[in-house]
Design a binder for this molecule. Sequence first.
Ligand code: CDT
Length: 301
Amino acid sequence: MTRMIIGGAQMGGIQKAETREQVVQRMLALMDQAHAAGVSYLAYPEMTLTTFFPRYYAESRADFDHWFETEMPNPQVQPLFDRARAYGMGFSFGFCELTPEGQHFNTAIVVSPTGDIVLTYRKTHLPGHAEFEPERTHQHLEKRYFLPGDTGFNVAQSQGVQMGLAICNDRRWPESWRVLGLQGVELVSIGYNTPSQNNLSRDEGPEKRLYHHELSVCAGAYQNATYAIAVAKCGLEDGYHMIGGSMIVDPDGFVIARATGEGDELITAEADFDKCAFGRSTVFNFAQHRRIEHYTRIATQ
Ligand code: CDT
């Protein structure tokens, strides 16, 4: 029987001028709060260490390499690993990864309470576009700065729980959830940076985006009988607004904790991972009920 208190560390905006050290101090403050609240596993957002720079265009991509980490942990982030180990707390967070081969990925990791990286995930679904598009009021240049991830969706056992990761736009795709669900995932940590406005549809504001966010996470958790922590970087970054709405969802698809603001904020809930077994042995007993002979199109087109 595995029960634990899980947490989401929502982060308010990170301004361009903020240093990694300053951001890590904010992350540590949330980790301290989490420890005081009895949290054993804490999820931080996508691209936690930096501003959401894909809103900016750079002619030369290399001009943006300073937003990327070439090693993990690195000296700036090490205090987070040290504090978590002292607390016996597992955690996840997202950052921009530049590999020794020169590849750029939007990456997230799960770290065990002993400080080991037990799962690395590189974002699969990159939204937006690769070139500057003058007709847009807001640019979303993830396809310019990142390669599509090469890891796929894997799970790792940590703290007695089958852990999985997804990053932001991945949460909108049922395929992300089902690939994790097929591996018996029990807790999916999802960081996101969702701008309130960034495309050609003027009627798509924060309310609709919050709704689609919640719809996606609740459906994904329910249909795969898993807990999910969806955690935002949100509020204003240098005048650009991103939605909040961080939440923890149970395997029935119910929201069991929800952020109230758009700043640094801890949310917590008790998870009873035995609850994942119920959905998986009834309605979503995959072995009994799936009809994969009719799903070929999903993987071939
Ligand atoms: N970071 C990221 O993937 N953001 C996208 C914005 C898409 S606009 C609806 C997201 O899916 O939230």
